[in-house]
Design a binder for this molecule. Structure first.
Ligand SMILES: Cc1cc2nc3c(=O)[nH]c(=O)nc-3n(C[C@H](O)[C@H](O)[C@H](O)COP(=O)(O)OP(=O)(O)OC[C@H]3O[C@@H](n4cnc5c(N)ncnc54)[C@H](O)[C@@H]3O)c2cc1C
Ligand SMILES: NC(=O)c1ccc[n+]([C@@H]2O[C@H](COP(=O)([O-])OP(=O)(O)OC[C@H]3O[C@@H](n4cnc5c(N)ncnc54)[C@H](O)[C@@H]3O)[C@@H](O)[C@H]2O)c1
Length: 502
């Protein structure tokens, strides 16, 4: 970083009253890297894994002038997210939403069809086209940025050498582990990707199951449950915890659960699966209250196991070079993404923190900036989360429960979508915006939105949190009319003063 911009950044951070820790971290020019390659054989940076963490790190490294190679085993770039995660799930969520709208909402808008039906192979083909276009697009970005792409399984031979499929050895002065995560299986439940599926199987079912049981009411369970529910499956969600999506603000969560129930999704909370019988045509699940008690049987045609994901480091040879992990297998890193082994870094789902694609990307950029001797920064407290159901639920910052735990006095401002003119105009007004702000300073602590397109609306709040804005700051910004964003402005008005339209 040029000295002028370093000084500007320091002055800016001081003006924002940054904590000494943030200041030191953000401005750190030190790097745990081993310097840059001089010979033609050796890379400055080798990235193992071509997911959102790995491919973004590789492109950023190349943009910073570092000789970079990315090793990926699956034969396509984009990782879990593009191939079997974010993108195919959003494609199916959109297609199934269109079908559901056509069937249930179009008539009240005066649009009538003789009949509406699902063409599942065509729906799957549209999803596959979206995935292949995007994964090929990353190959194009690699070429454009001169990232060397090596297909194969990477394994550490030494802290600066990675063998690919046991043959070629790729050398790197700095090696970034970006190997992501895999489905967490449940004891006694074998995923066959036919009757008992992971998210990967649930993205490619060849028939619409009559009865789908989802185990785990987290992101995947609710999104994929929504897809198949809209297409006609009877969906029951079994959740070990007392609530769905444990990371969500509880007031919003309650409204969200009611919205999903209205759509026909059934919930069995505080319940665990203790047995699975696949011997018949379908699956028989034995359920028990989480705290023990009487057992019941639940029948399904297909069971989706979506009880979390686990870091993926199999066959990587971490033990050979002595990289430290925690007890659930996540690679331990410091604030510069450096592991305990000099020159070896880790980012994304394989390290602690939210398992989200955008967080992995931020990790990738910051890690490479540190390697290049620049500053990097990711604030895990300000990573937005979005559940892409309908309505969507999006949040950034703290929940009301977390604010209470902090012990700070706070204000809450809420605005229901029912009072928002755009939501009423399009007859899609289920949801609310909720803002939490510190009472004394009005600084925004958390924003929670349940609305159509909440995943887009949340970024106004993300920017506000990043810049330590107050609710009055948002309220005094002119918002276009008629937009759902006006609900954010009105909730901000309700936080520091009074809203107009309710
Ligand atoms: C169904 C589903 C939906 C999701 N939807 C969203 C969403 O909407 N938004 C969101 O933010 N997140 C979503 N996620 C989570 C998101 O996919 C992950 O957080 C993200 O992919 C993590 O990126 P990553 O680069 O750390 O790892 P990954 O994307 O898992 O990529 C790791 C890559 O490393 C490769 N690899 C592993 N080991 C080796 C090796 N030894 N040698 C070579 N290559 C190797 C793997 O093949 C893989 O391609 C979803 C996940 C799932 C399963
Ligand atoms: N929209 C998105 O951003 C998105 C979409 C899909 C996945 N993801 C990411 O992928 C990761 C994995 O998703 P996920 O939905 O599998 O995990 P999750 O952590 O979101 O939810 C798992 C749920 O399963 C429950 N559970 C755990 N063990 C159980 C058991 N034995 N029986 C019943 N319930 C049990 C947990 O209490 C939790 O509610 C998440 O961390 C998420 O960050 C994100």
């Amino acid at each position: 970083m040029a000295m002028a911009s370093f000084a500007r950044r320091k002055a800016y951070l001081l003006s924002r009253n940054c904590s000494p820790e943030t200041l030191r971290y953000s401005l750190s020019l030190a790097s745990f890297s081993r310097g840059f390659a001089s010979g033609s054989e050796e890379n400055d940076v080798v990235v193992i894994g071509g997911g959102p963490g790995g491919y973004v790190a590789a492109i950023k490294a190349a943009q910073l002038g570092l000789k970079t190679t990315c090793i990926e085993k699956r034969g396509a770039l984009g990782g879990t997210c593009l191939n079997v995660g974010c993108i195919p799930s959003k494609a199916l969520l959109h297609s199934s939403h269109m079908y559901h709208e056509a069937k249930h909402s179009f008539p009240s808008h005066g649009v009538k069809f003789a009949s509406v039906e699902v063409d599942l192979p065509a729906m799957m083909a549209q999803k596959d086209k979206a995935v292949s276009n995007l994964t090929r697009g990353i190959e194009g970005l690699f070429k454009k940025n001169k990232v060397n792409y090596v297909k194969g399984y990477g394994k550490f031979v030494s802290p600066s050498e990675v063998s690919v499929d046991g043959n070629t050895v790729v050398k790197g002065k700095n090696i970034i582990i970006a190997t992501g995560s895999d489905v967490k299986s449940l004891p006694g439940v074998t995923i066959d990707e036919k009757k008992i599926v992971s998210s990967t199987g649930a993205l490619s079912l060849s028939e619409i199951p009559k009865k789908l049981v989802v185990v785990g009411a987290g992101y995947i369970g609710l999104e994929m449950g929504s897809v198949w529910g809209r297409l006609g499956s009877e969906v029951t969600v079994v959740e070990f915890a007392p609530d769905i999506v444990p990371t969500m603000d509880s007031e919003v969560r309650k409204q969200f659960q009611r919205a999903l129930e209205k759509q026909g999704m059934k919930f069995k909370l505080k319940t665990k699966v203790v047995g699975v019988d696949t011997s018949g045509a379908g699956v028989k699940l034995t359920l028990e209250p989480s705290s023990g008690g009487d057992q019941t049987i639940l029948e399904a045609d297909v069971v989706l196991v979506s009880a979390g994901r686990t870091p993926f480091t199999a066959g990587l040879g971490l033990d050979k070079i002595g990289v430290e992990t925690d007890k659930v297998g996540r690679i331990l890193v410091n604030e510069r993404f450096a592991t305990n082994v000099p020159g070896v870094f880790a980012i994304g789902d394989v390290i602690p923190g939210p398992m989200l694609a955008h967080k992995a990307e931020e990790d990738g950029v910051a890690c490479v900036e540190f390697i290049a001797g620049k500053h990097g920064h990711v604030d895990y407290d300000k990573v937005p989360g979005v559940v892409y159901t309908h309505p969507e639920v999006a949040y950034v910052g703290k929940t009301e429960e977390q604010v209470k735990e902090l012990g700070v006095a706070y204000r809450v401002g809420k605005f229901p979508l029912l009072a928002n003119s755009r939501a009423k105009a399009i007859d899609d007004a289920e949801g609310l915006v909720k803002i939490l702000a510190e009472k004394e300073t009005d600084k925004i602590l958390g924003v929670h939105i349940m609305a159509p397109n909440a995943g887009e609306l949340i970024h106004e709040a993300a920017v506000a949190l990043q810049y330590d804005a107050s609710s009055e700051d948002i309220a005094r910004v002119c918002h276009a009319h008629p937009t759902m964003s006006e609900a954010v402005k009105e909730a901000a008005m309700a936080t520091y003063d009074k809203p107009i339209h309710i």
